[in-house]
Design a protein around this ligand. Structure first.
Ligand code: AP5
Ligand code: MG
Length: 212
């Protein structure tokens, strides 16, 4: 099963991807995490994307398409995968189609813009594996330490209020149009993200007809 998680910054894509990857036994592919890892390693890719990521603008489509094409060709993706945060533009969605990358369900997690800032100021992410926590809604078992890999948690550089506002604007201008694109082919599943992580997760599993 190939899934896309669509939604504004802070909607809960990464959080749900972490749950779904365990429940469905398929890998989660987060373009945001891949790009942050490249920046942390100081690779050519990391240097190329730093300016875009820091200001909360989208990285050019061709860069994204190259890294996603390479990732989905790997052996662990044979039985399916979850795309977290890709596609983000119409050309990215069209490129998936033209490369015959079949998508079964597109899950749009919808959260009121007014809630996003609170989610972002409380977010902590793992410096190594990228897992996402919230100081109140989803705290780690030990403060400041990732449950999954025991690395230290940090605040994302693009989680400042100004950058979050810009990312929300980018979402409404360039990404939200994808809902129409996928509704037309009957693949869009809308999930209310203004509910607990567990309830949103149950609704997603129902929407894709998964029994876990
Ligand atoms: P990316 O890393 O994808 O960031 P984003 O889309 O802005 O989304 P976030 O990761 O901020 O939010 P999320 O939906 O994953 O929320 P989370 O689960 O963490 O992209 C970053 C940058 O990379 C982009 O700006 C761009 O530069 C570049 N990029 C990436 N992909 C690209 C592409 N395809 N094309 C071009 N550029 C690209 O949850 C947020 C917080 O809320 C957490 O603290 C969490 O614990 C909490 N939370 C989650 N669910 C709930 C709930 N139900 N109730 C209460 N709290 C909750
Ligand atoms: Mg994320």
């Amino acid at each position: 099963m190939n899934l896309i998680l669509l939604g504004a910054p802070g909607a809960g894509k990464g959080t749900q991807a972490e749950l779904l990857t365990k429940q469905l036994s398929i890998p989660a592919i987060s373009t945001g995490n891949m790009l942050r890892e490249a920046m942390a390693n100081g690779s050519d890719l990391g240097q190329k994307v730093k300016k875009f990521m820091d200001e909360g603008s989208l990285v050019p489509d061709d860069v994204i398409l190259d890294i996603v094409a390479e990732r989905v060709a790997q052996a662990d993706c044979t039985d399916g995968y979850i795309l977290d945060g890709m596609p983000r533009t119409l050309p990215q969605a069209e490129a998936l189609d033209s490369r015959n990358i079949k998508i079964d369900h597109v899950i749009s997690i919808e959260v009121d813009d007014a809630l996003i800032e609170n989610r972002m100021t409380g977010r902590r992410v793992c410096s190594k594996c990228g897992a996402s926590y919230h100081v109140i809604a989803n705290p780690p078992k030990a403060e400041g330490i990732c449950d999954q890999c025991q690395s230290s948690l940090m605040i994302r550089k693009d989680d400042t209020p100004d950058t979050v506002r810009h990312r929300l604007q980018v979402y409404h201008q360039q990404t939200e149009v994808l809902k129409d694109y996928y509704a037309k082919c009957g693949k869009l599943r809308i999930i209310d993200g203004n509910q607990s992580i567990e309830d949103a997760n149950r609704k997603i599993l129902e929407a894709i007809g998964a029994k876990v």
